[in-house]
Write a protein that binds this ligand. Sequence first.
Ligand code: HEC
Ligand code: HEC
Ligand code: HEC
Ligand code: HEC
Ligand code: HEC
Length: 244
Amino acid sequence: MKKPTGSPNRSSRIRFLSLLDSLLSFEKDSAFLPPFSFGGWVFFLAGMVPALIVGWIIFPMVLYSSQPQPMNFNHALHLDPESVDGIEGDTENERCLYCHEFRDDGTFVGIPLLAKCTECHDDPEMPLGETDKEADFLNNYVAAEKEIPWLSYSRQPDCVYFSHIAHVTMGEQDCRVCHGNHAETEKIPAYRANRLTGYPINIWGKNISGYKTDTWERMKMDDCAECHTRNGQEENNECFVCHK
Ligand code: HEC
Ligand code: HEC
Ligand code: HEC
Ligand code: HEC
Ligand code: HEC
């Protein structure tokens, strides 16, 4: 047999070039179409990009229903001593507890009832400020003696036991750690609930990838446990502590 002319590597170079050729061409009628060929990338991206848009943008939009709150409540105004006087306390938490009180048995009132508002807004004929919003509030609720049907942004499933006094008083946690800057807002956000579970978006977090930058962005089981571990409270990570 005659020795092939040219370099001794020639045949392997030809094999390499033909492999390269088959990698780069996608029109070629070849059963071997690796995922990293040029054509493969086109198809991959053509599938991947819409899937990402559907998964990260459209799905979350469809998954959550949005509902307005019955009326606005301006936390910033009520906590500003220049506008509203009488909400006192040395620490921020104490000012919050003026409305978000603990009952004598230690249970948490949560969102205050109308009776708390009428400690100041006591006469529907005598507004404290001059806004239409206050006039609407006085007519629709104070004069009508009707409770405001607030929707709670943080309500957990019924199977979860959570006590505010344990966290705020014993655990010395600030409201902000779990609730963010809600109390600095002038306008409350729309209420958004997960259509599948019925629970508010604040539990799941606004970011569907599960990535969070602030402690209050999500309040799932892992988020509760993560803070317990951070505070040396691992004993509170037994199932029966939170699911009684
Ligand atoms: C004058 C009474 C009043 C005071 C004082 C007050 N709040 Fe509120 N708070 C309300 C009312 C009314 C709501 C229901 C409307 C809403 O969601 O904002 C509410 C709702 C909230 C919610 C939303 C709870 C949920 O899950 O739906 C948070 C969080 C909150 N307040 C935190 C605070 C913090 C923190 C402070 C202190 C810095 C504070 N509030 C002081 C009246 C008050
Ligand atoms: C400590 C007294 C006090 C309490 C308690 C209080 N308010 Fe007020 N509120 C005021 C005063 C004073 C103003 C007027 C401030 C201004 O316009 O400068 C006001 C204003 C308002 C306004 C008009 C705000 C705007 O943005 O135009 C609304 C609505 C209102 N309060 C609702 C409530 C509700 C609901 C509660 C109960 C959860 C409540 N207030 C509890 C003192 C109070
Ligand atoms: C350790 C985290 C944590 C801290 C600290 C905390 N909260 Fe909450 N808060 C929660 C959770 C969780 C819920 C939902 C509880 C449930 O569904 O039983 C909630 C619910 C609420 C609600 C709604 C209650 C309802 O009836 O739906 C209000 C109002 C509220 N918190 C205000 C406050 C205020 C004001 C403070 C500070 C004094 C505070 N929270 C501190 C985690 C926290
Ligand atoms: C920001 C930190 C933090 C977060 C978030 C947190 N916890 Fe806690 N938790 C604590 C601390 C600190 C204690 C210990 C309180 C004490 O000193 O007894 C505690 C104690 C408890 C206890 C035992 C006290 C009791 O009431 O029986 C339960 C139950 C509990 N947490 C449930 C939860 C649940 C459910 C969540 C999430 C919805 C949660 N915690 C989120 C800090 C946190
Ligand atoms: C620190 C508090 C805490 C502990 C400890 C804990 N859970 Fe949870 N669990 C939660 C909270 C908050 C939720 C609701 C939010 C969520 O789905 O993550 C939940 C939800 C669940 C659910 C889903 C229920 C539903 O209706 O969606 C199951 C199942 C569950 N937990 C089982 C367990 C088991 C099993 C353990 C022990 C290994 C455990 N949990 C320990 C706080 C806790």
